[in-house]
Ligand binder design. Structure first.
Ligand SMILES: Nc1ncnc2c1ncn2[C@@H]1O[C@H](COP(=O)(O)OP(=O)(O)OP(=O)(O)O)[C@@H](O)[C@H]1O
Ligand SMILES: [Mg+2]
Length: 263
């Protein structure tokens, strides 16, 4: 379908459990029969309990996991059938904020170095470097990242929430057309969470497509018109976030809602 950034059809991912003398694991279908599409400029929330397959979904979209069955198409093309050069070009159109901010950043760099790194891999020359520097500083400022830590070591000097904001800046510096965010605000407090979401929403309003993985249904509703609910690797509910919150049909969605603090 033209106009879609992403098409996922009947996606299945099976992990083969490790077996040994003391371990008798069973194969896990981390995803089964997952289908949805994402229009250009649309934001989709992906909600589900721990282990429901959210991270596996994002990794399969980027071609970091080969699906056991089904198809993933980015801008009309299957990433796994591309040449290495084509795959690289498509990956550059995608940003990925991985769930674990400790694993997301190259540990030897400074904050500014970590944010500019993706830019400097793509753009060469002195002028481009200066441009990248300016962009990185603008992004860090927009994310309210403390200026006195711009030169600090990523490994030693940052809190989890600060790392996560560096990871967001790093994912945004190449102005992705599609951003995949895995719990991008899980380690933020209330005020920095709002700031990070504001930055993401601003990009979305400017035309970026986004998949937002979150446990937080209220955050999902604020950021996305549409959501899918994953439960044990299957889509058990999908539709408008307003309806999902007002008339949840699946017992899991109801349980998620019941767990929200009353406002
Ligand atoms: N590399 C792997 N090898 C084997 N099993 C895996 C692997 N990665 C994920 N799984 C299994 O697949 C299922 C889905 O995992 P996934 O990480 O996608 O869940 P999630 O929804 O992101 O959970 P969380 O909210 O805790 O991040 C889980 O049962 C997990 O144990
Ligand atoms: Mg996960």
């Amino acid at each position: 379908m033209s106009g879609d950034s992403l098409n996922v059809r009947e996606l299945g991912v099976r992990f083969t459990a490790r077996r040994g003398p003391f371990m008798r694991g069973e194969d896990v279908w981390a995803l089964e029969g997952v289908s949805f599409s994402l229009a250009a400029g649309e934001t989709l929330a992906v909600v589900g309990e721990s282990g429901s397959g959210k991270t596996t979904l994002l990794r399969s979209i980027l071609g970091l996991i080969a699906p056991t069955s089904g198809v993933v198409e980015l801008w009309g093309r299957q990433i796994l059938s591309m040449t290495n050069g084509e795959r690289l070009a498509v990956r550059r159109r995608c940003g990925y904020v991985i769930q674990d901010p400790y694993g997301a950043l190259p540990p030897t760099l400074t904050v500014l170095g970590a944010v500019t790194e993706p830019w400097n891999i793509v753009h060469r020359g002195r002028q481009a470097r200066e441009d990248g520097d300016v962009k990185a500083k603008d992004l860090l400022t927009e994310l309210k990242f403390p200026r006195e830590l711009w030169g600090a070591s990523v490994r030693y000097s940052l809190s989890g929430g600060q790392r996560q904001r560096v990871a967001v800046a790093r994912a945004l510096i190449l102005a992705p057309e599609l951003l995949l965010c895995d719990e991008p605000t899980a380690m933020q407090d209330v005020s920095t969470r709002a700031e990070v979401m504001e930055v993401l929403n601003r990009r979305a309003e400017a035309g970026m497509s986004m998949i937002l993985v979150t446990h937080d249904l209220l955050l999902a509703r604020r950021a996305a018109r549409r959501a899918i609910v994953l439960y044990r690797g299957r889509v058990v509910e999908s539709g408008g976030t307003d309806e999902l919150l007002e008339r949840p049909t699946h017992s899991y969605t109801r349980a998620l809602l019941a767990a929200l603090p009353r406002l």
